[in-house]
Write a protein that binds this ligand. Structure first.
Ligand code: SAM
Length: 492
């Protein structure tokens, strides 16, 4: 790490070498470790904004020119930044970021690089649909290759086979996904100095301030236009590689240091006291294990809180498609063809065709509301339309039976059971990728199982109350009957 530290300092970075070091951490590759007891508010290192690597700081966009940059769609999504990174790497020692690029990983544990058999282990989760390999490949062929082939002065043909392959594109994309930060323009910055340099605008000195400094909080947005200045979160020019800051690992609710933004510098500052020997953790925004695996290639395994038990990630969640609700109502209540009108109305009003259950194992309000809509009598449905409001998320026995059916059918989408997965993990012989896949799907299944258990006890209570209401109704009717008999007799 000495070479990297020296490069960092030579380019204006400052690091408190007495306070921290970068070292090997079992299970995390490298990470930052405190070398002495540190108080809250201690600055660990400072990165000049122009040492961050983005489409604002790389010289490539200005060499290509704004119109070419836009003509090839490099101002949309991550293709522009990835091309800058490929180009900087191809410059070797000539690149300002040579000392940084050379220490970045080229191998990843993310599903983008998994075998088919490993991807099969994620069946039931929504991770596979979100990997984005096809989109990345399309960007490479539609944007990056054409621009490379159009400028042999910038991309010499002999360099293409080494630096500008689809494989390198995926590697750079994965570096962005797992290590980039949002670095917006500094507040008050003239808006017309855009990221795509006209002439000399390769400095970010005049740029950004940010609120969220976790690596890679932004995702590739296919249809974002750079001109859309209103939404900084989505501005691809704000996505930056931040040397040194990206050496920090993260774990659920463990953050003890964070990147702070100043006009000319970014600073990593402790947010809690840290003891000598402890790891210095940044935050990645505490995502669920499904996102951790997809973006970073690792999972968090910490003690779970009730109603769950065992270990996992309290930020986990499960997505449930609305069509499972439609099928469950249809299964329990008969053909739903007549309800197409209600489904269309729901989609129009609620704009929600996926429900999310979290680790509190509560039924999602929207799921309850849709179920109620589908269970309504014709008269109630007419009333709902007149009011123009979604049904209130209240449960009764009928609704709980449907909800349990929905959760069970969602659970059946995973090929293995909770018990089978627990046994697989206990065995301890799984490869990293398979283990991570099992942890992701087990976390989701535990949420579903916990939610089913909760809904079942609610159903039992609801049925008991229905039957006690029924009993007292019957008793009252019997009493009234007996009384009227007595009255009749008395009158005779
Ligand atoms: C921003 S980098 C952090 C530095 C990185 N460990 C390295 O060696 O360069 C993010 C990557 O670190 C690893 N990582 C971060 N937090 C981790 C954790 N809690 N457990 C395991 N790996 C972790 C993952 O591989 C992730 O993609």
């Amino acid at each position: 790490m000495d070479v990297f530290f020296n490069w960092f300092e030579r380019h204006g970075g400052a690091i408190d070498r007495a306070a921290m070091k970068i070292g090997e951490i079992p299970g995390c590759a490298r990470g930052a470790i405190a070398l002495q007891d540190l108080p809250e508010g201690h600055t660990l290192f400072t990165i000049p904004r122009d040492l961050t690597l983005s489409t604002r700081t790389s010289a490539l966009p200005s060499k290509l020119g704004l119109s070419t940059w836009k003509q090839y769609g490099l101002h949309v999504g991550w293709a522009g930044l990835i091309l800058c990174m490929m180009w900087e790497e191809a410059q070797g020692a000539e690149s300002k970021w040579d000392g940084y690029m050379s220490i970045l990983p080229s191998e990843f544990d993310t599903p983008m690089f998994w075998s088919e058999a490993e991807l099969d282990e994620l069946k039931g989760t929504s991770v596979v649909d979100k990997i984005g390999e096809a989109d990345a490949e399309k960007d490479f062929h539609d944007k990056v290759l054409p621009v490379i082939q159009s400028r042999s002065d910038l991309f010499p043909s002999e360099a293409i086979i080494q630096y500008y392959t689809l494989e390198r594109y995926h590697v750079m994309g994965s570096r962005v996904l797992s290590r980039s930060f949002q670095v917006s323009k500094w507040e008050g910055e003239a808006e017309d100095q855009d990221n795509v340099p006209t002439e000399a605008n390769t400095s970010v000195d005049s740029a950004a301030m940010d609120v969220d400094a976790s690596p890679s909080p932004s995702e590739h947005k296919e249809d974002h236009d750079e001109d859309d200045e209103d939404d900084n979160e989505d501005n691809p020019a704000d996505v930056a590689m931040v040397p040194m800051a990206d050496m920090l690992n993260a774990r659920y609710e463990s953050e003890n240091a964070k990147l702070f933004y100043e006009e000319h510098n970014l600073k990593m500052i402790t947010t809690k006291a840290i003891m000598a020997g402890e790891q210095i953790w940044n935050t990645y925004g505490d995502p669920p294990n499904s996102d951790l695996v997809r973006r970073y290639g690792h999972v968090d395994l910490l003690p779970l809180q009730p109603p769950l038990s065992g270990s996992g990630n309290m930020a986990d969640n499960v997505e449930i498609r609305a069509d499972l609700v439609v099928h469950a109502v249809s299964k329990l209540k008969g053909n739903l063809a007549v309800h197409q009108e209600r489904i269309d109305w729901w989609l129009e009003e609620a704009e929600d065709d996926t429900f999310v259950v979290f680790t509190d194992c509560d039924l999602p309000q929207e799921l309850i509301s849709l179920t109620r809509l589908l269970l309504q009598s014709e008269a109630e449905w007419i009333k709902t339309q007149t009011k123009g409001k979604l049904p209130k998320p209240m449960v009764d026995s009928d609704l709980l039976s449907v909800a349990i059916e929905v959760l069970q059918s969602r659970l059946a989408e995973y090929p293995t059971s909770v018990q089978e997965d627990e046994a697989l993990l206990a065995d301890g012989t799984l490869s990293t990728n398979v283990r991570n896949a099992v942890v992701v799907r087990l976390g989701e299944k535990r949420i579903l199982a916990g939610t089913i258990a909760g809904a079942r006890s609610q159903l039992e209570r609801s049925q008991a109350s229905d039957s006690s209401k029924g009993n007292s109704k019957r008793k009252r009717a019997e009493q009234e009957q007996a009384k009227s008999k007595r009255d009749k007799k008395a009158r005779q």
